[in-house]
Design a protein around this ligand. Structure first.
Ligand code: GTR
Length: 329
């Protein structure tokens, strides 16, 4: 067996391990996502689970808890750190306060466009930042894969936003990361940190006047029914991340870990195909929903100028990384 193992690729070896242990109990790896089934990030992880089950001959199975069944992303990350969940797909937003290096992706207008962002997460920088998460001794996480979450724009129930001044007096929900609250405050609005489970009611009851997100989330979380003005401010392009529990990871064999990494990379690529379709669907829904008003902003310069204090405050320590991100063509 040892000799044979030397000559077979890691993946085949992992399969052999699986087939040799068909009699033993199946290990259920619990996964979570704030989005429902059908959403690109959820489907990419479900697909990863099917492949994992096949490749290990049923030794492992992924059980998905979607749609905020287990709470928001902060809670999910805590569960993964403890090992109660094997993995979760979250925004880079809530990972920033745990592993500071990834906060570079949370800077407003850091990517030129989505193609640029994809090249960065697929390339050396993406791999390096996943490894930084894994290497962080206090994070207890394994950075497994990136996913695409398009571009975030402001929506609210008061008026369309065409210039930063239009945000004056509006309380806008941001994800729980001080960098985002500062971003909204610099843009002219008032940033309010809140978990996703509170956003719908928050807007409906007027705790905040709006929030910001990509088109699929605006539709999927049904925020479209409480905040009718969607303005393409496109101020943040935050990738999503699939993190694995270090505690659970350490129970996998090296071959199984290699298999998980390979499947993670495949999930990264599969998700974006689903993503592009989802954005088109969401736009159709937004255009066909009575009362929804969409406005495009052709000149982003005033918004980019407004966030200069955020760059002054947070940008300096990422200067080298930002240079490298800019150099990705
Ligand atoms: C979505 C993202 C989620 C979560 C959510 C939010 O776009 O997919 O991971 O970050 O936004 O605003 O809380």
């Amino acid at each position: 067996m040892e000799m044979r193992k030397l000559f077979v690729p890691a993946i085949a070896a992992a399969m052999m391990v699986g087939s040799a242990s068909t009699a033993s109990a199946q290990t259920v790896l619990k996964a979570s996502d704030v989005h429902p089934f059908g959403y690109p990030t959820v489907e990419a992880v479900v697909s990863l689970g099917k492949k994992l089950e096949a490749a290990t001959n049923g030794k492992y199975k992924i059980q998905m808890f979607p749609a905020m069944q287990l709470g928001g992303e902060k809670e999910a990350l805590e569960q993964v750190q403890l090992g109660a969940l094997a993995m979760t797909r979250v925004s880079v937003g809530p990972v920033g306060p745990i592993v500071d290096e990834v906060n570079v992706f949370n800077l407003p207008f850091v990517f030129r466009d989505e193609e640029h962002m994809r090249k960065v997460i697929d390339g050396d920088i993406g791999t390096e930042l996943l490894d930084k998460i894994t290497a962080d001794p206090k994070a207890n996480l394994i950075g497994l894969a990136w996913m695409d979450a398009g571009t975030r724009s402001v929506f609210n129930k008061v008026r369309p936003i065409n210039k930063p001044e239009d945000l004056k007096g509006l309380k806008i929900r941001m994800m729980g990361n001080p960098l985002y609250v500062d971003t909204m405050n610099s843009l002219g609005g008032t940033g309010v940190a809140m978990g996703m489970p509170e956003v719908y009611n928050g807007i409906a009851t007027g705790v905040v006047e709006g929030a910001e997100n990509n088109e699929p989330s605006y539709v999927s979380f049904n925020l479209i029914s409480v905040a009718k003005y969607y303005s393409f401010t496109q101020h943040l392009m935050i990738p999503e991340i699939l993190v694995f529990s270090k505690k659970v990871w350490n129970t996998l064999t090296p071959d199984e870990q290699a298999l998980m990494k390979k499947l993670g990379r495949e999930a990264q690529m599969e998700e974006r195909v689903l993503w592009d379709k989802k954005v088109t669907e969401a736009m159709e829904k937004m255009k066909s929903t009575p009362g929804v008003e969409i406005n495009y902003i052709t000149d982003k310069a005033p918004f980019q100028a407004a966030v200069k204090p955020v760059w002054d405050k947070y940008g300096a320590k990422y200067a080298k990384m930002i240079e490298r991100i800019n150099a990705v063509k």
